[in-house]
Write a protein that binds this ligand. Sequence first.
Ligand code: DGT
Length: 140
Amino acid sequence: MAIERTFSMIKPDATRRNLTGAITQMLEDAGLRVIASRRVWMSRREAEGFYAVHKERPFFGELVEFMSSAPTIVQVLEGENAIAKNREVMGATNPANAAEGTIRKVHALSIGENSVHGSDAPETAAQEIKYWFSDTEIVG
Ligand code: DGT
């Protein structure tokens, strides 16, 4: 399997509870390397742009409100099979369904306040990385 890159975000519910280090440690323990990282307090407009694919969903307003309610940590992760590996360590969207030992099982509060985001495919990973980072900020 080739080395892949994926986009990860530590969400406001987690930064509020001072879990940036604990969550990053879980990513690193899974074999993922943090090759870019920045703390951002996104505007509503940035949140709407980032989550544009969900704009018709009933929870879109709530999602944008939440994502712009406190700082997030945006990251690029690199490793073998990084996209799938990150999704695995994140666990299911709803923490009630997440497997033992996953980030969402351990830390998430609800389906909305679910501590982390991770790209779900190579195309979205490339788009999401580009949304938040310039090439010079990524140091592999
Ligand atoms: P991600 O990685 O944040 O894109 O989440 P996924 O791919 O695990 O889940 P997805 O794409 O179905 O939903 C994107 C985000 O939208 C999810 O992380 C939290 C939020 N969300 C999804 N379903 C609900 C819901 O029923 N209520 C609320 N408030 N938020 C939701």
